[in-house]
Structure formats: structure tokens, C-alpha cells
Design a protein around this ligand. Structure first.
Ligand SMILES: [Zn+2]
Length: 182
């Protein structure tokens, strides 16, 4: 019965995450991205790895399988299908190997980060989390430097004024214009 427990547990994790991201995307002015967020998690490749390595929703199954096997097929599939991950855009064999990411996908990335942080950290989550998480990333050198600056400055602002005040279309557009397009 473990299979069914994991199956519905994992399904619930995905649905809950997608609903959280949808609400944030809606607030940020990109509702369509919110609706389409992470749909590839229902694909066979991603879904059943998540079921096999289900960790009661406390840890990402991708993290668990990466630790055990060294790589995750679900993650390789996921980052190849989802433009809100900077890894989607990274191609070390291209001349422009860290291209600028389009506005709507970076905003979706922000909503994803906030939702994931809130899910895994729970009640201890606060607005310092996305900034700390970004700075601690071992792979941050693979993020386009303008995009990185945009994320960093936006998270600093969000830490100062709070999620509710910071996450809106006007502010996000302003920051994107300032740090990415100028
Ligand atoms: Zn994703």
C-alpha cells in the first residue's frame, strides 16, 4: 500500500505547490504562467520518480534521488521543459551561453522560489529566505548576471517592504526594466 500512499502523497504535493504558485503569479500579474506552472510534473518521467522517492512532502524527491544516484531523470526532464528554470536557458556550447530570460519566466521563477521556500520551511519562512537562498546557490555563476542582479535587487526590496507590497506587476516591471533591459 506504500505505492498508493506515495502516489497520492506526491500528487498532493504537486497540486498544493501549483496552487500556491498560481496565487502568487496572479498577484504578480502573470496568471497564465501560474496556470501552466510545472505541468510537466504530471508526465510519466517526472511523476513516477517523485512517487518512488516520495519523502512525505518534507524534502524534494529530486534532491533525494540526486543524493542517491548522482542525477535525477525527473530533473533533467523538468529543466528541459520549463522556462522558469534558468537551467533551461543555459547551453555551454552556445556563444551566448547564459542568455537573458524573458520577463514572464523570471517572474514565474520568483513565485516558484517563494512557494517552494514556504512549503519546505513552513512557518519559519520569512522574506529573507529567497535572498539567502539565491546568495547560497553553488550554481549562481550559471545565472545571467543581469537576471541575477534583478533577482537580488527585487529580493532585497521584498525583504524591506514585505511580500504583499513587493509582489506586483508595476514593481516587477520597473525592476526588470532597470536591471535587465537598461
Ligand atoms: Zn519548475
Amino acid at each position: 500500500m506504500k505505492f498508493f500512499y506515495n502516489f497520492f502523497g506526491h500528487l498532493n504535493t504537486i497540486n498544493k505547490h501549483r496552487f500556491k504558485v498560481f496565487k502568487l503569479c496572479f498577484k504578480a500579474g502573470i496568471p497564465i504562467r501560474g496556470l501552466l506552472h510545472d505541468l510537466s510534473k504530471y508526465s510519466i518521467t517526472e511523476f513516477f520518480e517523485g512517487v518512488s522517492y516520495y519523502a512525505d512532502g518534507k524534502l524534494s524527491p529530486i534532491k533525494v534521488v540526486k543524493k542517491e544516484k548522482g542525477y535525477s531523470k525527473a530533473w533533467l526532464h523538468h529543466k528541459g521543459k520549463n522556462k522558469h528554470h534558468f537551467e533551461y536557458w543555459t547551453d555551454l556550447t552556445s556563444t551566448n551561453f547564459l542568455p537573458v530570460i524573458l520577463y514572464k519566466y523570471v517572474v514565474e521563477m520568483i513565485c516558484d522560489q517563494i512557494a517552494a521556500g514556504q512549503t519546505y520551511i513552513g512557518k519559519d519562512w520569512d522574506e529573507s529566505n529567497p535572498l539567502n537562498h539565491l546568495k547560497k546557490r553553488k550554481d549562481k555563476k550559471y545565472i545571467n548576471h543581469r537576471i541575477y542582479k534583478f533577482l537580488e535587487e527585487f529580493y532585497i526590496y521584498m525583504q524591506k517592504v514585505g511580500l504583499n507590497k513587493a509582489l506586483n506587476k508595476k514593481t516587477l516591471k520597473e525592476y526588470y526594466k532597470k536591471y535587465v533591459e537598461s
